[in-house]
Design a binder for this molecule. Structure first.
Ligand code: AMP
Length: 248
């Protein structure tokens, strides 16, 4: 069974994003970029399935600018077998990503596609669900446990009320939540080895997908600055303050 893992290049989670002065978006100049953390978890899960013998090949795919190949090399250094880079400089929205992934899934016929539950740049949380719908395949989103047995996958899902367990017929789509696993670091020898692993170069046009944005960003702004609190000397003053502000 092949496992397809879509990985997105995003602003590193440790970086505090800066909004461009003209309010048109987030400033990406000289900002550290990394693999979306949920996608690292997806790569890790795919590798563990291969190590357990449930998967035969792990294929990483990234849709994005030339530098997305760095993210793919990270996936290869972690242990993915090969990679596909779909190059575009457009900001690709989840629907277009899902359409490209659908075409790749039809070509590669993976038993599982494991995506992150969301990309931390746009926080869309849409691509996995859209891909499942476009392919007409079952989906197990927000996975905290994934077990493949025969032609099914059992996914424990993190839902509001606790945990939900679903068993899906393969081929299926899974999206990862934080508690699924702790991704490995790529070792130096594996980083070196990754340089010679196959990385195919494609474009959205190869898959017949138009990536022109359908959404228009009107304005991007900083969140409002939090106003400093005040200290009150005793409980009576606290009660008086609460009454004064009308919040009780
Ligand atoms: P989103 O729906 O944008 O929050 O993204 C959910 C997941 O879809 C991510 O964690 C990735 O696994 C995948 N994904 C989204 N955009 C891309 C992209 N440009 N290239 C590869 N994978 C992507």
């Amino acid at each position: 069974m092949k496992v397809l893992v879509p990985v997105k290049r995003v602003i590193d989670y440790n970086v505090k994003p800066r909004v461009k002065a003209d309010g048109t978006g987030v400033d990406l100049a000289n900002v550290k970029m990394s693999m979306n953390p949920f996608d690292e978890i997806a790569v890790e899960e795919a590798l563990r399935l291969r190590e357990k013998g449930a998967a035969s090949e792990v294929i990483a795919v990234s849709i994005g600018p030339a530098k997305a190949t760095e993210t793919l090399r990270t996936a290869l250094a972690m242990g993915a077998d090969r990679a596909i880079h779909v190059q575009t400089d457009d900001a690709v929205e989840p629907l277009a990503v899902a359409k490209i992934l659908k075409a790749i899934a039809e070509e590669e016929q993976p038993g599982l596609v494991i995506l992150g539950k969301q990309a931390i740049d746009d926080d869309s949380n849409q691509t996995g669900q859209m891909l499942a719908a476009l392919l007409g395949r079952p989906q197990g989103t927000f996975a905290s446990k994934v077990e493949v047995a025969g032609d099914t996958v059992t996914v424990t899902r993190e839902v509001d009320g606790g945990l939900e367990t679903v068993t899906l017929q393969l081929p299926a789509i899974v999206t990862t939540d934080l508690r699924l696993n702790e991704p490995r670091y790529a070792s130096l020898p594996n980083i070196m080895k990754a340089k010679s692993k196959p990385l195919a170069a494609r474009t959205p046009a190869d898959y017949g997908v138009d990536t022109t944005p359908r959404l228009k960003t009107l304005k991007v702004g900083e969140p409002p600055v939090r106003v400093a609190g005040i200290k009150v000397p005793d409980v009576d003053s606290l009660v008086a303050k609460i009454k004064e502000l009308g919040i009780a």
